[in-house]
Design a protein around this ligand. Structure first.
Ligand code: PLP
Length: 460
């Protein structure tokens, strides 16, 4: 709870920090939780209070908050070569090694990588690559980007335009040419009497109709998260990506998988696209790429797009794009270590993805148990990402009155009891670190269940 003394951490945070994605009335009441360090999947605040972070930071601190190997990899690289770019014909040895490794562990096995500092910038970069390619291939009108409502792709002007959330209207976004299709959430979007297969077919038909209406030659790409994350952990309806991929292929439109959350094991597969059995033309990566130990994003181009872009750039001799910290050597060293830790096993420890797979049945069982609650409308997820959707009326799926702020209340109650979880719409989202162990998972679900019971008792 807030400490209002003038020099409190809460007051100091308020005085000089401009908050993003933060509900100001809630902060005014509760104060910012100021953190000093972490232990495994827990974080500790300035008052010494410990919280189990069920969201692993922002989906990304999958190796926990005190992984020695990760920190040592960063330190070793800081000592050796603490910073450089990857432009003008120079790049660090770590950057070369990471690109090799990323292609090796990607579903492509051949392709090219471009580095950014974030997932948003990776999405912007991808779109600029596609716009560049369109002009180079004599199709300057091939600029439109198809995404889905509720999809989240970041906050820079292009990535925010891709994002299918109404809050971007406050910025006058989306920009022209960004088209948001229906969210493939069968539970919420399915019509009365419509089977899941019929729903998926309707999603396919909508895509066909949009392509016909806009003209395939005007569409640069379809970009989708294999499982929507910030939209409220929404796995696609059965067969969705198979349907969509076929339609896109028929029209020659690239399919880009935004794997900022799903990449590197979150779903239990190496990549989210593998969990849903499709191969995209490019992958957008960030977050788990460095297990959150360094800000970094990457565009991973599959073979066809890589070849076409390479040919297009060779014609004009240069791709005029890049960030000061593109391919930062410390970021690359950290990412190499993260891949080892997550996918291969490191320093005698098993790969963390094994733990994701081992914990998933328990996670799913606990979610299914909580789904029986009279005010949980749906429990959904994939691997170690899940959401519980609160409803006023389970039978009609009627949400609670927005003014009740049900999911925020649940999250606040959890925080009061030492559990951080994230409200998204009327859902509460869980996305624990891959280092979590069973007793910690028990703690997470026990605290969440207690908060659900308390809040539903208050609001019903
Ligand atoms: N894409 C997806 C799927 C994301 O979940 C996010 C962030 O949550 C982004 C892109 C943007 O990444 P960043 O916040 O690093 O810019």
């Amino acid at each position: 709870m807030r400490d209002d003394s003038p020099n409190s951490w809460e007051a100091r945070a308020d005085a000089h920090s401009f908050y993003g994605f933060t509900d100001l009335p809630s902060i005014a009441e509760r104060g910012t939780v100021v953190l000093t360090h972490g232990e495994g999947p827990y974080v500790v605040d300035v008052h010494g209070r410990k919280y189990l972070d069920s969201n692993s930071g922002l989906w990304n601190m999958v190796a926990g908050f005190d992984h020695k190997g990760m920190a040592e990899a960063a330190k070793a690289q800081y000592d050796r070569f603490p910073g450089y770019h990857s432009l003008f014909g120079r790049m660090s040895d770590q950057t070369v090694m990471l690109s090799e490794k990323l292609i090796e562990v990607s579903p492509f096995k051949r392709g090219k990588v471009f580095y950014t500092n974030s997932g948003s910038e990776a999405n912007d970069t991808m779109v600029k690559m596609l716009w560049f390619l369109g002009r180079s291939e004599g199709k300057p009108e091939r600029r439109k980007i198809l995404t889905r409502k509720n999809g989240y792709h970041g906050v820079t002007a292009v990535a925010a335009s891709m994002t299918g959330k109404p809050y971007n209207e406050v910025f006058g976004l989306p920009l022209d040419g960004f088209i948001h299709l229906t969210c493939p959430h069968y539970w919420r979007e399915g019509r009365k009497g419509e089977t899941e297969a019929e729903f998926t077919a309707r999603m396919g038909k909508e895509l066909e109709d949009v392509i016909e209406r806009e003209g395939a030659d005007t569409i640069a790409a379809f970009v989708a998260e294999p499982v929507m994350g910030a939209g409220g952990v929404i796995p696609p309806s059965e067969g969705y990506f198979k349907t969509v991929a076929l339609i896109l292929k028929k029209h020659g439109i690239p399919l880009v998988a935004d794997e900022v959350i799903t990449g590197f094991g979150r779903t239990g597969s190496d990549w989210g696209c593998q969990a849903y059995d499709f191969i995209p033309d490019a992958i957008i990566s960030s977050k788990n790429l460095t297990a959150g130990y360094f800000p970094m994003g990457a565009v991973i181009l599959g073979p066809e797009l890589a070849d076409r872009l390479q040919a297009a750039v060779e014609e004009v001799e240069e791709f005029p794009h890049g960030f000061t910290a593109s391919g930062h050597p410390v970021g690359c060293a950290v990412a190499l270590k993260a891949i080892e830790v997550i996918m291969e096993g490191s320093d005698g420890a098993a790969p963390l993805i094994d733990n994701v797979r081992a914990l998933t049945p328990k996670f799913e069982a606990e979610m299914a148990r909580l789904a029986k609650h009279p005010h949980i409308g749906e429990a959904r997820g994939k691997g170690l990402m899940g959401a519980l959707e609160a409803v006023k009326d389970k039978a009609t799926k009627t949400p609670f009155d927005g003014d009740l702020s049900v999911s925020e209340r649940i999250a606040n109650t959890c925080t009061d009891h030492g559990l951080i979880c994230r409200p998204l719409g009327q859902a509460v989202v869980l996305c624990p670190a891959f280092v979590m162990i069973e007793p910690q998972m028990d703690e997470m679900f026990q605290k969440l269940e207690a908060a659900l019971n308390k809040v539903f008792e208050e609001v019903v």
